[in-house]
Design a protein around this ligand. Structure first.
Ligand code: WTA
Length: 657
């Protein structure tokens, strides 16, 4: 055990000196992959190697073709094969006699428990698929899903996949207006939502909120969860349980072309309009299954796996739903917040369900560090054997704390780099085969070509030089396009250098061993507690407030959350910025986008620093918000603006002090 806080502090600062951590002996001895031969094998012929990994899935028609790269950047994988995601996640295991295996130990916020078996999921999914069909949803129709962390969200996703209706899941933290926008953009036919959602002991009506903005869909299915008895049900509204009860119990999985879209997931880009990232089926499942098995060293018979993300993000899609179910894993699914009902709840649940693998975000680890070791050490985590992180760079101190305090120094920590667009993990260390380096994600996985390139020339940079992260070879789990916007797809990702080199949008560097450290975004995308948001989207929400004239949003570096949202706001006419108005604007953003996008700080500005062509100089605003010396201001239309703003921020800082 780590002992007292001061002991721990001392141990951690000593460990900060250590660059490499070898996999623990016992772990390596039992690992699925113990050396680098798999990297070597894949490097010989990556495309052929991926074709072999596709054999881990059940295909109705075996693909004869692997990669079609004739029309870059519209790449296709396994295109003549037919497959079904729901069949691979469920039927296959039940037919193999594993129906009674627990897929999810579900835990409700108030301590309710449900063990969800593979057989139950299959039974419910078939009924749900028929219920969708009964209400006019067919292959190719988009279905929105706006649900909390309850087993029904898995059923809903797999029911869509079963009939080839791409799902469009919206994270529960988004506002009803955001849901509406995403339903409109994707032309959704139906929406699956819930009566109400619980958050830290409170219940909020979800169906009522959805109704208040109106949804552009034909049918709204409503899951009964919190049992609110004033849930409004109108024409076109159907209770989920009643629809399932009325539906036929049998619904064979539809054989679908491998390139059939499995889902759309909206994510933030550098403009106010979110991007509908569209994934296909066969390639995505291949890469998700492989990475889930080998990055987490999964032994489905004995492991209990827990990814603490929300299904509303890509991490939830790939590593709560598809990856674990494809591999027949037993997972933990928790409805509540990490500090509800108490700050040790995660570790209490690790003990209770015997979790062996735990996957979370650096921001959550930093929160746990703040809360203190006592909340962790109160519970038995001796079954844990592997830890993982995702979503943002992890600072070495948080990495070490995770490794030492949570893992007791016995568990490898995999720092996994990937994106909504990549669909699956791309860069990390294979835990039984590669040493870990805190703060560096690791090397490209087998079959993946990631490199750090010069922005101008596109040439690979020498080691230890910062540049742009790029992916130079198509990979099976890659996005296929942006829903309804092929041009934006090409422009955003494939136009920096050439149409075969994917621009990630992150700055990175690679060390002498080929380990990549990802430094952060180079575009106007913020990462707040691992949640991806766009400055333009938040600005547009703020500006839609009637009293606001103009706004510039930046992500200020924040010790706890990675970035925090800071907004420079100019008001209409001669209005004065007041504390009440701060609250009003924050509330307005919560309504337009969701609570997660609310600015932490609002700075009133008479004017914003702009170039002569009228472009807001965000770099300067960042300098101000983070209290740095100002960079070059000579390109500004009116350099005085900066001095004024700086004065304001200082005043505020003194006020706060
Ligand atoms: C960042 C989440 C450093 C990165 C799966 C990326 C990371 C963006 C890491 C994607 C990591 C994710 N180290 N940065 N291990 N993982 N990121 O689409 O900036 O929500 O481009 O996907 O998160 O965020 P997204």
């Amino acid at each position: 055990m780590a002992g007292t806080t001061t002991d721990l502090e001392r141990q951690l600062s000593e460990l900060l000196e250590q660059e490499r951590f070898e996999p623990p002996e016992e772990f390596r001895a039992n690992a699925l992959i113990k050396d680098l031969s798999v990297h070597e094998e894949a490097a010989k012929d990556p495309v052929a190697w991926w074709r072999r990994q596709a054999d881990a899935l059940h295909w109705f028609t075996e693909p004869q073709q692997t990669l079609n790269d004739e029309n870059p950047p519209f790449f296709k994988w396994f295109e003549d094969g037919t497959i079904n995601a729901s069949y691979n996640c469920l039927d296959r295991h039940v037919e193999a006699g594993l129906g009674d295996r627990v897929a999810f130990h579900w835990r409700g916020e108030e301590g309710e428990e449900r063990d969800i078996t593979y057989a139950w999921l299959l039974e419910q999914t078939q009924r749900a698929a028929n219920a969708l069909k009964d209400h006019g949803v067919g292959t190719g129709d988009v279905v929105g899903i706006f649900l909390p962390m309850i087993p029904e969200v898995v059923v809903a996703m797999l029911a869509c996949a079963r009939i080839g209706a791409p799902h469009n899941v919206v994270f529960g933290g988004f506002s009803a207006e955001s849901v509406k926008e995403r339903m409109e953009f994707s032309d959704a036919k139906a929406l699956i939502t819930v009566d109400g959602a619980r958050r830290k002991g409170k219940v909020a009506g979800v169906k009522a909120a959805v109704d208040a903005v109106g949804m552009p869909v034909q049918t709204t299915f409503v899951v009964r969860h919190t049992g609110l008895d004033d849930t409004p049900m109108g024409e076109g509204d159907v209770w989920w349980d009643e629809a399932l009860a009325a539906a036929d119990a049998e619904c064979p999985a539809e054989p679908l072309p491998a390139e059939h879209p499995l889902y759309i997931l909206y994510s933030s880009g550098s403009t106010a309009k979110p991007k509908g990232i569209q994934h296909a089926t066969g390639g995505y499942l291949t890469q998700v299954a492989w990475t889930h098995k080998y990055v987490f060293d999964l032994k489905p018979e004995s492991d209990v796996y827990w990814c603490s993300a929300d299904v509303g993000w890509v991490t939830g899609h790939s590593y709560i739903v598809y990856g674990p179910l494809l591999n027949g894993a037993t997972s933990v699914m928790y409805e509540g917040a990490p500090d509800y009902p108490h700050k040790g709840i995660w570790w209490e649940l690790c003990e209770r369900y015997g979790a062996t693998i735990f996957y979370t975000a650096p921001t959550a680890i930093r929160a746990c560090m703040k809360w203190g070791v006592e909340h962790v050490e109160k519970f038995d985590r001796s079954k844990l054997r592997l830890l993982g992180t995702v979503g943002e760079p992890i600072n070495p101190k948080a990495w070490l704390w995770y490794w030492k305090v949570v893992g007791g120094g016995n568990c490898p920590v995999v720092d996994t780099w990937w994106q909504t667009e990549t669909g699956a993990i791309m860069i990390t260390t294979l835990p039984g085969a590669q040493a870990m380096k805190p703060g560096k994600a690791g090397t490209p996985l087998p079959g993946i070509d990631a490199a750090v390139l010069d922005e101008q020339t596109g040439e690979e940079l020498p080691r230890d030089t910062q540049g742009l992260l790029a992916l130079r070879r198509p990979w099976p789990g890659m996005l296929r396009t942006l829903a309804g916007d092929d041009d934006r797809y090409v422009q955003t990702y494939w136009s920096k250098w050439d149409e075969r080199t994917y621009l990630v949008g992150d700055a990175a560097k690679q060390d002498e061993d080929g380990y990549i450290s990802v430094i952060g975004r180079v575009d106007d995308v913020l990462n707040v507690s691992g949640h991806r948001m766009s400055t333009a989207e938040i600005e547009s929400a703020i500006v839609s407030h009637p009293k606001v004239a103009e706004a510039a949003v930046i992500g200020a570096i924040d010790e706890d959350t990675g970035h925090s949202v800071a907004a420079f706001v100019t008001l209409e006419g001669s209005l004065e910025g007041t504390d009440d108005l701060v609250l009003e604007i924050r509330e307005h953003v919560a309504m337009r986008i969701g609570k997660l996008a609310r600015p932490k700080r609002i700075i009133w500005a008479d004017d914003l620093p702009k170039t002569r062509s009228g472009k807001i100089m965000r770099r300067l605003l960042k300098d101000i918000a983070e209290g740095r010396e100002l960079g070059d201001v000579t390109t500004l239309r009116d350099p005085d603006v900066m001095a004024q703003l700086q004065g304001k921020v200082k005043e505020r800082a003194e006020d706060e002090a």
